[in-house]
Design a protein around this ligand. Structure first.
Ligand code: 2HA
Ligand code: ZN
Length: 278
């Protein structure tokens, strides 16, 4: 007896996370996308893995510059292209899909979802390349998340986009920022989204960072769990909010770099020391 896929923890997590992100105002219309690497054995409790509903080519992507073969056979649950985060919870089968990367990484096999002819997010190349990059650094990485958080975006328009300066300002805005993302935040200039080019650039940053800002577009996060990944973006967004609430006001107090270093020592972790001014 197969278990009910609508009750699968990974489907529930996708529903809850997209609903939270929508309610926070981060994912208007079809903005944002999530991909989540699943455990084959666990998925097998809910779906017959020999039953492929549809084979979907890796659309809009030049075969020579997007090689998904390192992910061959891996199964992901992914938000659908053109679908709204607002609607995932009430209709996961239309708005989400469970896909397996096909032979040679040339296509994907739909195992569940995308009811009515959907397909994975237009940012699928950036997601898959980010998974490949993160798995090399952290074999336990499972989640890649893209979103348009309001204050993070606002900050892109008024703050220097230099990685060190951008990270430093975020670290200064909340005491725990440096502990949550000690490696800092990668920043890409404005680039055309949905392309392999932005996927390659994002994945390159993902070798160093779990967070990558797409200037004047949004942010990418990666992590072992949905909570870790959401928490990373949430913490950046909180810091950006405090920055946007205070940037135009005279600054009377600040968290000093020497104090940030004390935090790093207290938590026994290492950080991008070259992002501090000591
Ligand atoms: O999926 O956010 O970057 C819609 C987007 C594209
Ligand atoms: Zn986007």
């Amino acid at each position: 007896m197969m278990k009910n896929i609508f009750e699968a923890p990974f489907v529930r997590e996708m529903c809850e996370t997209t609903a939270n992100m929508y309610r926070l105002g981060w994912d208007e219309r079809n903005g944002g996308n999530i991909s989540y690497l699943l455990d084959e054995k666990e998925v097998g409790e809910y779906l017959d893995l020999t039953k492929v509903l549809r084979t979907i080519p890796l659309m809009g992507v030049n075969e020579e510059d997007f090689d998904a073969s390192p992910l061959e056979g891996k199964i992901f649950i992914v938000t659908g292209t053109g679908k709204y985060f607002k609607n995932v919870e009430k209709d996961p089968e239309t708005n989400l899909g469970i896909v397996r990367i096909g032979k040679g990484g040339k296509n994907i096999e739909l195992l569940w979802g995308y009811k009515g002819g959907g397909r994975p997010t237009s940012e699928f190349p950036a997601h898959m390349m980010s998974h490949i990059a993160r798995l090399k650094v952290d074999p336990e990485n499972r989640v890649v998340m893209h979103s348009h958080p309001t204050n993070t975006l606002a900050m892109n328009f008024v703050h220097d986009l230099d990685e060190k300066k951008f990270t430093h300002t975020l670290w200064e805005m909340c005491t725990e920022c440096i502990v949550v993302f000690p490696e800092g935040v990668g920043v890409l200039p404005w680039m055309l989204c949905g392309t392999s080019e932005i996927g390659v650039a994002t994945a390159k940053k993902m070798e160093q960072f779990r967070l990558v800002v797409w200037a004047m577009h949004g942010i990418y996060g990666a992590g072992k769990t949905m909570d870790e990944t959401f928490g990373l973006i949430e913490t950046v967004e909180k810091a950006a909010q405090i920055y946007m609430l205070t940037a135009h006001l005279p600054r009377k107090n600040t968290i000093k770099d020497a104090d940030m270093l004390k935090l790093i020592e207290l938590f026994g972790i290492s950080c991008r020391k070259d992002f501090l001014d000591l």
